[in-house]
Write a protein of this length. Sequence first.
Length: 302
Amino acid sequence: MTIEIRQLRYAVATADTQSFSRAAKVLNVKQSSLSRRVQALEHRLGVQLFERTKRGTFPTENGKAFLTVARRIVTDVDNLMTTAKNVSYGEEGRLAIGFSSSLMTGNLRFAIGDYIARYPDVQFDGVEGGTEKLLAGLQAHIVDAAITPALMAEPGITKRSLWTERLMVAVPEDHQLNEADAIHWTDLRNEVFVLPTDGIGPTIAKKLASKLSAEGYRANIIAQDTSLESVISTVTVGRYITIVSEASTGVIWPGLKFLEISDNGDPARLDFALYWRRDNDNPALKKFFKLMQERYPVLQGE
């Protein structure tokens, strides 16, 4: 017994509108064509799906049970069609890269720009999030690769070191730290920090806790469930300070200063790495690897 998806769609629309005429208008088809196909479906099934009255068209008990399944099938088919269209948008495939929003003003911005220019037929999808979210996205096959602060690679995940960025303390332009010749971690011990709960915020919080606890102090951190941009805006008000990676300094913020942090005589830095699943054989991802290898020829893998 063959049943057309179109018949199921017509039946579901009839149930939703309680009228053949209204269902036909919703689907932009002729009423006679719609009603004939619903009747043909009833004949094929051997049951009456609708009770036709002067007040409208209503599902029978058998119809209600059938339409519950029919609605699910129609929804699944629509979802499949959407997925197929999304995939076909990129004639040479699709690539999903996860990253922290703060990186989009630095190295990653130029790398992605190069990729899109070089492979215009690949559908590129960017996914923003914190390290834990992005690594979970890798495991769930939501993203093909993730660029995050460097951590130990998880089982089944390959890590490749990329670049390193200076850590900068963002302070209001009238803050006393602006007068210092150099800023060390100990100079930050009495400050109140505001950090985002997502992006590189948790990584910065751990580094602050580590550096200040090593000096015998406890970091005073306020975590905000907002974007890094909102956090920086909070700093401009004058109550708190924050720490960002060098990529964030590419945007000019009136009333704000970015100051380098000295770590044992050298600039404090944060390492970034590329992560992907070992079993990911996406050709679009291989093209991304090639481009990144060209930009960063000394990449080290783990």
